[in-house]
Design a protein around this ligand. Sequence first.
Ligand SMILES: NC(=O)c1ccc[n+]([C@@H]2O[C@H](COP(=O)([O-])OP(=O)(O)OC[C@H]3O[C@@H](n4cnc5c(N)ncnc54)[C@H](OP(=O)(O)O)[C@@H]3O)[C@@H](O)[C@H]2O)c1
Length: 296
Amino acid sequence: MSIKKYLDKFPDLENKTIIVTGANAGVGFELCRHLLYKKTHVVMACRNAIKANAAREILCKEFDNPNVDILLYDQASFESIDNAVKIIKDKYKDFYGLVCNAGLLGPIKGGEYTKEGFPVTIGTNYLGPFYLYNQLSDFLNKSEIERKIVFQGSMVSDMKTPKGMDILDDDYSQWAKYNLSKKCVECLFKYACTQNSNDRVAYLLSEPGVTKTSLFRSMSFIFRTVGGVFVRLTSHSPKKASLTMLRCLMNDTKNGESYLPRGFGRIRGYPKKYPFKEKRYVDKLILRGQECLKSK
Ligand SMILES: NC(=O)c1ccc[n+]([C@@H]2O[C@H](COP(=O)([O-])OP(=O)(O)OC[C@H]3O[C@@H](n4cnc5c(N)ncnc54)[C@H](OP(=O)(O)O)[C@@H]3O)[C@@H](O)[C@H]2O)c1
């Protein structure tokens, strides 16, 4: 089946506003493309105005009169998240979808921090979305319209975390920190859908499988070379990988569902609904996240 055929299976998302974080590159950008094909009003939430405008330009050339806005949003700064939330509650208060896709692999060595002083990987991938969720959850609980909130997880959540590693530990490997941050995102998804008291709102989990994007640029040479072969042999395109997020946004999805690629090892393929692996939920990771947020 072609991607176009897959997209055509679903109704258009006309008159719906969908906010996508990390929309200027990788799977976030490809999701915007699919959403414009489905006639959506897209809000690209990005940290860098120049990159966001360049990405918007590409989409404007591809689509006839597309409805695309840019919202400045730095997931590594609570002040920036607060500003974005104010705009969301005002200008985009009727938004239908919010896709929390922005994320990074993080630096090879430690020593890089978010505005609040958290190690950049956990701060950006987990504490940023957790802060965003906290700032929006009352608003969402009172929502009188249907909405979908999508978290972007990763298959690396299944990997073991080094014994005794805390979310703020910065002296572990790049991969250990990334894996833990994605484990935390999946716990946040589970936490959000169990706390949800509004039938109109659904919290969903997407996993894109494996796909070559700029995320891989921050890998060490060895990982890029060895991993590059693996990725070339097994992965699918960012266009296809972004379909799990799109699938979450369709109107038949329900609170607590997760969509992953259907192929071998959930690495590639068209989206399929899978049950969330309950063993992935670790209460302690939510408690530590809450403690970190309270400390600022
Ligand atoms: N690629 C894969 O195989 C894979 C697998 C599993 C999960 N994922 C997840 O998919 C998501 C997207 O990754 P990708 O592969 O598309 O990588 P990507 O091409 O590097 O895109 C990441 C996006 O996130 C943005 N971002 C990073 N830090 C941010 C911040 N502080 N505030 C706002 N935006 C920020 C980036 O903006 P800039 O351009 O400004 O850096 C970029 O737009 C990530 O959450 C990643 O963990 C990817």
